[in-house]
Each structure stands twice: as structure tokens, then as C-alpha cells.
Write a protein that binds this ligand. Sequence first.
Ligand code: APR
Length: 230
Amino acid sequence: MKTILVLTGAGISAESGIKTFRDAEGLWEGHDVMEVASPLGWKNNQDLVLDFYNQRRKQLLQVTPNAAHHALVDLQKSYDVQIVTQNIDDLHERAGSSNVTHLHGELLKARSTFDENLVMDWKKDINTGDFCEHNFQLRPHVVWFGEAVPMFQKAAEIARTADIVIVIGTSMQVYPAAGLVDFVPDHAPVYFVDPNPNIPESRQLKILREKAAEGVPRLVESLLTEADEN
Ligand code: APR
């Protein structure tokens, strides 16, 4: 069975109703990203950061996976599908994808500010005064700008063994995530589904200039047909 690496960004969740980051003049839901997604932002205004993610969490619980998330589940019938997502939503999991690696953390988890390995499921608000078992404040389990990306090694291993790559809805501006494609073997075709792609087509990279909910089901259908024929 061939392995498919699927690298997803904010664009795959856009049609579920979650706004992308860089389509709104650099603002994320009205905020400078450094204000709400950096260690300095946290130090300067913890309540603002908590409130920001509390709102994102409430929004996430009201939206559902779209046709692109569902199509990637169908792909598992004939391929070993390994999803590496930059998104902190859980829409891949809710659709039914089995192997999902979150590079930038998960909105429905909280973690201790004392021990980064102390992570817990968390669906309600995180407030100032919510403490871990060691009596340290909880924070969202997300990777902020300037922080390490612990899941990158695992993602790079997946990229090294990929036979086919699908990249969906990402501006390819944030590293190390954008650098994952550099680990992909030269013989592996790369499909990039994005209505406004930010990287050029090449012999290895084929661009499908479409929204995810249309382009991904179409691509999945053709890859399933290809698998049946082999
Ligand atoms: N279908 C597919 N792609 C879409 C759609 C859609 N319906 N709508 C928008 N896009 C594309 C845009 O053209 C753009 O290329 O999604 C991409 C969104 O880019 P960004 O907003 O930069 O999101 P992303 O690449 O995921 O950001 C990376 O930056 O702020 C950090 O940690 C955050 O994980 C995030 C990282």
C-alpha cells in the first residue's frame, strides 16, 4: 500500500467556517498574530490571549468537517494516509481520519505552564486561575511564534517515506512546516490544492487551483481509481 502524506493548512477548514490567517490583511480575527500567538503576547496580556482562544474553541465546537476532510477519509480505503496538519482544529479527526499529526498543537487541549508535557483534554474556557496539578496556570496547547515545533521530527519521517504528497490550503509561509516538502523523495508527485497558490508549479508539483471542498474530492477520486488499476 502506498503512503500519502497530506499536509493541510487553514484553507482546508475555510469552507467549514474557520477563517484563514493571511487572507485578512495579516490580522487573525482582528488581532495582530503576535499579540495573541506568541510568548510575549502571553506575558503582556494573558487574559486577552485566553479570551482569544476561548472564542476560537467555542467557534470550533459549532462547525463541522467539510467535503475535503471527508474525502481524505475515503482515501484510507486504498492508501496509508498520513495527515500532517498546521491546523489546531479537530476537523480531520471528527471526519474520521486515523493518522493525524498536529504540528501547531490542538485547540481542544490545555497544558501546564510548568511542564509542557502535562497536557489534558479541554473543551471549555481556560481562565486565569485554572491550574494544573502543580498549581501552575494552564495555557492553550498550541505552538506560538518563536516556540519549538516538537512534532516536526515525526512529520519529517513521514515525508521521507511518502510515495505521493497532497498539500491543501496553506500559504507555505510558516517554517518549519513549509519546509516539510523538502524531505519528500524526488520521485513522489506533489499535488497542491489552493485557489490562490503561493508556490510555482514544477515537474514534481502539480497545482489544482480550486477550493478544498471541490478540488480534494476530485483528486481523491482519481487517486482511488489509480489504486484500483494497479
Ligand atoms: N480551499 C483551499 N485553500 C484555501 C481556501 C479554500 N476554500 N481558502 C483559502 N485558501 C488558502 C489561501 O489561498 C492560502 O494559501 O489557504 C491558505 C491559507 O494560508 P494561511 O492563512 O497563511 O494559513 P496557513 O498556511 O495554514 O498558516 C500557517 O501560520 O499563523 C500561523 O500557526 C498558524 O498554522 C498557522 C500557520
